[in-house]
Design a binder for this molecule. Structure first.
Ligand SMILES: Nc1ncnc2c1ncn2[C@@H]1O[C@H](COP(=O)(O)OP(=O)(O)OP(=O)(O)O)[C@@H](O)[C@H]1O
Ligand SMILES: [Mg+2]
Length: 940
């Protein structure tokens, strides 16, 4: 009998809940059908029929709105609402924004009591809650010891209407006597205080509450973890365990005979016929076969409505036999992403493997597989794929397709001046189109008309800004399967990160403003020195959640995975003594009025940048400075006052007969070293070749003169090289028949994507502020396909600005988690006065300022290598890293990493390295490190 009664009540309740739910339909949670927010059965005993009756009554309660006195509400209230409860006389005054400023009172419709209970809140004085800081902290102000609770709620403006029209979902945070209401973008939309702590503490599902001018109804209780991680703000994407379990289910490699699908084929005969005719294209049981994960039941339910037989997708052994282990994993990852197996309903991916790990090959394997196969009824997933890449790599992509698939399997179409998109459209031969970003913009209309089923954006970090033309153009393509390839870390700037995520999986992180509130602001705040423990904790949790969520479709592996397949790499940082002329000119520039005024903080029009530019030129070669001065003096109309004044009297330091037309190697310390180094390589390793890199075209001109002067054959690629010729130049150089000894490369023009494995020596003649530019350049030779031991030399002028830039580079590399520049200031245009003082100091007495900073006790006298057990720290470049930027040493982390390198002064008696032995006369110091020392050369 009692049981029957309870069940009867339960039915009534459910009915009531359905009614309520219908009225809630305007709230997004209701539209989306969030299960967590649907009315739940209240356990017997907790709620009675009386409660229901009163509940209805409560909904009918009279809520009177009236203007209240300015004085009572505080100074700046825009509009105030006085809500009067039918049963109790209590008032609440709020800002129109929802912030409670003065008295707060509310009604709670509490189902847990047998009778409706309306709570009266004692009149409280105005309480201003700070707008910054964590919600927990804010809510804690009044009652620090109380428990913080979180609720998922729906809200609407307070009204006396019987049938509420809920306006949106929100999150309610309660602590002690205070509450904060946040919308789903994380913005505060209401605050209140003066509630009864006990009542708030027992607030539960189904109850209503007035917060500011808003009425809310509690839909469910949220765990602190869901709030702290930000998960409660997400629209249910990738937040459920099912996503992960779906993953693990799909990763099992099992070959089953095509089996009966969740969606039944219509007849038994059909089934039989399909299962007989539908076989994997390649043998999944063959040794070393690469079989894609099978779709799980829910995937089949979504994507196999016709109930086709499920068949194994097996990568063509022709290509699979060449894959490195990390590439096999990468292909499975990409497959799962674009097939929507990793994050329900999303089919984007970011493959962010470090440079040289073969992102191209992984994509080619994927494209080739999906063009021929699919998991349902053997139907290929793709008909057409589009690859967009920097102009200099278009031909390289085509070459890689041929390299890995031969020319008879697939025909790829590259768009250029002579081969237009129309040709691709009209020809049935092609299924893959490769186009440069520039050409894409020009042919957008035609491309929009083609239906592509997969879009690959190589060097896709350029899409980090969602407003640029390229991004909007690509976004306008209807293709949903999108892959970004990038070798550059993408998590350094959280806004750029958002743009990339938004491109591949639109909407997954919510709107930009939601993302900022939920992730960016707490994460950035937690990294500030003034962050409280709570803010730090919240920031870390949010970062962890963002990593978890995006980690479902971002894959990054580091160079280590491939090191064992590569030959040894010897890196040397060579500190070259400046010449007497360079020193004198340097001193003269430093004593100029412009630099003095920079150091006094007068930085309007950025004169410091001109000074830095002049010093860098001088380090490369005095003739570059000479040329700049001459050009300036030929241009009396120039308004560049700072530059003219910087050069004042500098020309007098040059010898009278000085001319910039014929270079003189003895004028530049670095050039002296370079000339000797080239001679040594030419003589000792005559079959090996050199890539010579500079950031400046004018410097490349000087280096080209060196080549001519010494009769070295060379080839050159810089910003002026027509895109159509670039691949040809690269191929010709890499060919073993190439006559060129030197490849002159502008790091800005050719840094990304190029393979220059024809050379085994690479010399970085100058240094860039951004370590990524230099790392990109250095990665051109030490990569898959390299057959010789690789030598990398970085030349720096001792004691000069170049050393300072290097120090900045290496500390930035390791500390970037902590020092990442979120203010969006360009990394090399803004300096503090202290930094400028450091930059504009010449250290004439030191043989290596960088070594001095290490506080190493070796004195550079011996061949020294720190043997301390301190492990070289792992480089961090990610804003999402959690244990960021707390070096336990005074020195920047990578300084201690550098300490692990072998280092010695140029005066060292005998250098084991025959190349260095030949140049030591002009060298003051050397750091050297060998990676893969035991790996035999010629191993590919
Ligand atoms: N499994 C492999 N075996 C041999 N060579 C390989 C393999 N995978 C890739 N390569 C070669 O390694 C070189 C680098 O590959 P790729 O250009 O795809 O690198 P990437 O990851 O795109 O690097 P980047 O970020 O610099 O563009 C290419 O010449 C490629 O042919
Ligand atoms: Mg690449």
């Amino acid at each position: 009998m009692f049981y029957f009664l309870i069940n009867f009540k339960r039915c009534t309740l459910v009915k009531r809940a359905v009614q309520l739910n219908m009225r809630r339909s305007a709230a997004p949670s209701q539209v989306l059908g969030n299960a967590g927010k649907k009315p739940r059965f209240t356990p017997p005993g907790k709620c009675t029929a009386v409660c229901l009756k009163n509940d209805t009554k409560e909904m009918d309660q009279e809520i009177k709105l009236k203007e209240i006195d300015e004085k009572e509400g505080g100074a700046s209230l825009l509009s105030k609402i006085n809500i009067k409860n039918q049963n109790e006389n209590s008032t609440q005054s709020v800002e129109s924004t929802g912030k409670v400023k003065t008295k707060a009172c509310f009604s709670i419709n509490k189902c847990s009591k047998a009778e409706k209970k309306t709570l009266n809140v004692p009149k409280a004085d105005a309480l201003y809650l700070p707008t910054s800081g964590t919600a927990k902290e804010e809510a804690a102000q009044e009652a620090p010891d109380c428990l913080v609770k979180y609720f998922s709620v729906v809200w609407c403006k307070a009204s006396k209407k019987k049938h509420k029209k809920w306006e949106g979902d929100a999150i309610l945070i309660t602590k002690g006597k205070s509450v904060i209401l946040k919308d789903m973008e994380g913005k505060d939309i209401g605050r209140g205080t003066g509630y009864k702590a006990k009542e708030l503490d027992s607030l539960d599902e189904g109850q209503t509450l007035m917060v500011g001018g808003k009425e809310i109804e509690v839909m469910s209780v949220i765990s602190a973890d869901d709030f702290n991680s930000g998960r409660c703000f997400q629209a249910g994407i990738g937040t459920h365990e099912t996503d992960v379990s779906a993953l693990s289910q799909t990763s099992t490699k099992l070959f089953c005979k095509p089996f009966k699908n969740v969606c039944q084929p219509s007849t038994k005969e059909n089934m039989l016929r399909d299962s007989q005719s539908c076989k994997p294209r390649h043998d999944p049981n063959a040794t070393n076969s690469l079989v894609m994960p099978r779709p799980n039941a829910s995937h089949q339910w979504m994507f196999n409505k016709a109930g086709l037989p499920v068949v194994d997708v097996v990568v063509d052994p022709y290509i699979a036999s060449n894959l490195r282990p990390h590439q096999r994993e990468g292909i499975i990852f990409l497959y799962e992403c674009v097939m929507g197996m990793r994050v329900g309903g999303r089919s984007g991916a970011i493959l962010a493997d470090e440079m040289g790990l073969g992102k191209t090959l992984q994509c080619i394997a994927l494209v080739w597989t999906l063009l021929r196969q699919g998991p349902y009824g053997c139907r290929p997933v793709l008909k057409r794929a589009l690859v967009v890449t920097p102009g200099s790599l278009v031909k390289n992509w085509k070459k890689e397709f041929q390299k890995w698939l031969g020319s008879e399997r697939i025909k790829v179409f590259t768009v250029d001046q002579d081969h237009k998109v129309e040709e691709f459209i009209s020809s049935p031969l092609y299924s893959v189109m490769i186009i440069s970003y520039e050409m894409l913009l020009r042919s957008l209309d035609q491309i929009q008309a083609v239906e592509f089923n997969l879009l690959i954006c190589d060097e896709g970090h350029r899409l980090k800004n969602s407003t640029i033309k390229t991004t909007t153009a690509l976004t306008s393509l209807s293709c949903e399967r999108r892959i970004i390839l990038t070798g550059t870390p993408i998590q350094n700037d959280l806004q750029e990160f958002y743009a990339l995520i938004e491109f591949v999986n639109p909407g997954i992180l919510g709107s930009l403003s939601t993302y900022r509130k939920i992730y960016e602001e707490p994460i950035v705040r937690s990294r500030e020195p003034s962050a409280t423990e709570e803010e730090k904790e919240l920031g870390e949790k949010r970062a962890a959640e963002l990593t978890r969520l995006t980690g479902l479709f971002i894959l990054r592996r580091t160079q280590e995975v491939i090191n064992k397949f590569l030959p040894p790499k010897k890196e040397s940082i060579i500190f070259c003594r400046p010449t007497a002329l360079q020193l004198e000119l340097y001193r003269k520039l430093l004593s100029s009025r412009v630099i003095t005024s920079c150091l006094q903080g007068r930085l309007e029009n950025s004169p410091h940048l001109i000074c830095i530019g002049a010093l860098k030129k001088l380090c490369n070669h005095p003739c570059l400075l000479f040329k700049a001065i001459k050009e300036k003096s030929c241009d009396p109309m120039s308004e560049e006052y700072d530059e003219s004044s910087l050069y004042e009297g500098v020309i007098d330091v040059f010898p009278q007969d000085y001319t910039s037309d014929t270079f003189c190697e003895t004028d530049s310390g670095k050039l002296q070293v370079l000339v000797k180094l080239l001679a040594a390589i030419h003589e000792l390793n005559s079959s090996e070749r050199v890539v010579l890199v500079s950031n400046y075209t004018q410097t490349l001109n000087v280096l080209q003169d060196v080549c001519k002067h010494y009769g070295y054959s060379y080839t050159r690629l810089d910003g002026h090289t027509p895109v159509s010729q670039r691949q040809h130049i690269v191929d010709a150089f890499n060919s073993k028949f190439s006559p060129a000894f030197i490849f002159l490369l502008s790091s800005k023009a050719g840094g990304v994507g190029l393979n220059l494995v024809g050379a085994s020596h690479l010399i970085l003649y100058d240094i860039d502020w951004n370590p990524a530019t230099d790392i990109q350049a250095m990665a051109r030779v030490w990569r898959d396909g390299q057959k010789h031991a690789v030598h990398i030399y970085r030349l720096l002028t001792t004691g000069s600005i170049e050393e300072k830039i290097y120090q900045r580079q290496i500390s930035k590399q390791d500390l970037s988690g902590a020092v990442v520049d979120l203010s969006k200031t360009s990394e090399h245009t803004h300096f503090s006065i202290e930094e400028l003082k450091n930059l504009f100091t010449l250290h004439e007495d030191s043989s290596c300022v960088t070594h001095d900073l290490l506080e190493c006790d070796c004195m550079g006298k011996v061949d020294h290598q720190n043997t301390s057990s301190e492990k070289p720290p792992v480089s961090r470049s990610c804003q999402l890293e959690q244990n960021h930027g707390k070096p336990n040493s005074k020195k920047p982390l990578s300084m201690s990493q550098l300490m692990q390198w072998k280092h010695f002064s140029g005066q060292h008696q005998t250098l084991a390295d025959p190349f260095l032995e030949r140049i030591k006369e002009n060298v003051s110091f050397i750091f050297q490190n060998v990676t893969n020392p035991t790996s035999p050369p010629n191993k590919t």
